[in-house]
Write a protein that binds this ligand. Structure first.
Ligand code: GDP
Ligand code: MG
Length: 441
């Protein structure tokens, strides 16, 4: 995956200018990458469309570093989609005792996450937390929370056999108020699949506790399924945030993007292992990098770009010093001039060329002429561009005709080319070329 993406971006960075087709090709690859990262098809499609609109709206096509710009747009758009409103780590726990309801499928990591968050609230925010297991289906599940509570030094509600989840929730509420707790966390039972009973039970608990936060815990490795689960839970119970667990695994994190795009619910935390400290607040930048399959994609490309330009400039300079200045070079220079505001301004910037700039101006050498000269070079064959000295009368006629111009205009171009090649050679010897090139790139 990352190979494919870096391949695309390499192609982009190697081009001087980016056509709309290039943007489309690149974004097709981005779309494939998203799908491979478990992002759902409609979400990937929408996302790519959004990026394309943005890319076309900006002046990507004229940019000197188009690849970099596209990557930044993709990267930033990912972050933009992933980021929810507000601070993901800030749980609403004013008005003690504040209830937090944990919901999700069986095995998604609810019990583990309940304990992790309780530890966090205790240690970082100095809160007094009470945890209660509502998982009456599996006695071992209640034990599990009690054991974790002992381990992290957080109180758990004493287990009473034969109680139903609603009764436990009521007892937790009373106990939390009497015991002066800031927060009480309700760890509900899950099932392998969503069914009416599971939803009814969670809804009944919700109505009793009236939770300040209802956190949906989903396994980040389940990809597409996770999104369906999230939609269902949000419709039936109403969730205030999502916790993605198992993000320490090698899933690409695409579920995060789909989840955000489809449910619009903020991702609040990510679980990064089985240990009690293995939880972090959600960081959209990290997940964006992960979805794209690269670490810091932007800086990577910037570096590649800089190296590429320096190498190219170096190579050109070496050739110019040897007097090798062919039509391809001239064309590049002419195009550079067009970009930089015309012949005059460029020559004015180049040391030793100020005088020539004046002559050029007096000779009426305007930007229309630059365009004509580029057309002439374009109508040359590859061989002719590399070795302009082979141009005989018949070739000249063909070239001029191809560009819709006169042979005399071609001769003008050839004369200018010879002058420039001479000058490059002279400047190369004097070390002035290096300075001049700096201004060009
Ligand atoms: P529950 O059924 O939703 O309560 O799930 P549990 O909290 O019991 O977790 C099920 C299993 O997943 C346990 O073995 C946990 O240690 C493990 N687990 C939970 N969260 C993470 C996580 O972020 N990373 C990893 N690698 N394992 C996790
Ligand atoms: Mg559990």
């Amino acid at each position: 995956l990352s190979e494919r993406l870096s391949g695309v971006f390499d192609r982009l960075t190697k081009q001087g200018a980016l056509s709309e087709d290039d943007v489309k090709t690149a974004l097709r690859e981005v779309r494939v990458a998203l799908l491979e990262a478990d992002v759902s098809l409609p979400v990937a499609r929408d996302f790519v469309k959004k990026v394309q609109d943005q890319a076309t709206g900006q002046s990507v096509l004229k940019s000197i570093t188009p690849g970099q710009q596209v990557i930044k747009i993709v990267h930033d758009a990912l972050i933009d989609t992933l980021r929810g409103e507000g601070d993901p780590g800030a749980l609403k726990i004013d008005n003690a005792p504040a209830p937090i309801l944990m919901v999700g499928l069986q095995g998604s990591g609810k019990t583990t996450t309940t304990a992790k968050l309780a530890k966090r609230l205790t240690e970082r925010e100095g809160k007094r937390v009470l945890m209660a297991s509502l998982d009456v289906n599996r006695p071992a599940a209640m034990e599990q929370l009690a054991i974790l509570g002992t381990q992290i030094g957080v109180d758990t509600l004493p287990i009473v056999k034969g109680e139903d989840p609603v009764a436990i929730a009521k007892r937790a509420k009373t106990q939390a108020a009497l015991g002066g707790y800031d927060v009480y966390m309700l760890d509900t039972a899950g099932r392998l699949h969503i069914d009416a009973e599971l939803i009814a039970q969670a809804a009944a608990v919700r109505d009793v506790a009236n939770p300040r936060e209802t956190l949906l815990v989903v396994d980040g490795l389940t990809g597409q399924d996770a999104v369906n689960v999230a939609t269902e839970f949000d419709d039936k119970i109403g969730v205030t945030g999502v916790v993605l667990t198992r993000m320490d695994g090698d899933g690409r994190g695409g579920a995060a993007l789909s989840m955000r795009a489809v449910t619009g619910k903020p991702i609040r935390f990510v679980g990064l292992g089985e240990k009690m400290d293995a939880i972090e607040t959600f960081d959209p930048e990290r997940i964006a990098g992960r979805i794209l399959g690269m670490g810091d994609i932007v800086s990577l490309v910037e570096k590649a770009q800089a190296t590429m330009e320096a190498e190219q400039a170096e190579r050109m300079m070496k050739r110019f010093q040897k007097g090798q200045f062919n039509m391809n070079d001239l064309r590049m220079q002419l195009e550079q001039m067009q970009k930089m505001g015309g012949m005059e301004s460029v020559m004015g910037m180049m040391p030793g060329m100020g005088k020539m700039a004046k002559q050029v101006q007096e000779a009426g050498f305007d930007d229309k002429i630059i365009a004509r000269q580029i057309a002439l070079i374009q109508s040359m064959t590859k061989k002719e561009r590399a070795n302009p000295q082979i141009l005989q009368a018949s070739r000249k006629k063909r070239i001029a005709k191809g560009a819709g111009l006169e042979v005399s205009q071609l001769n003008q171009l050839l004369k200018m080319h010879r002058q420039m090649a001479d000058m490059m050679k002279k400047m190369g010897k004097g070390g002035m070329l290096k300075q001049a090139m700096k201004g060009m790139f």
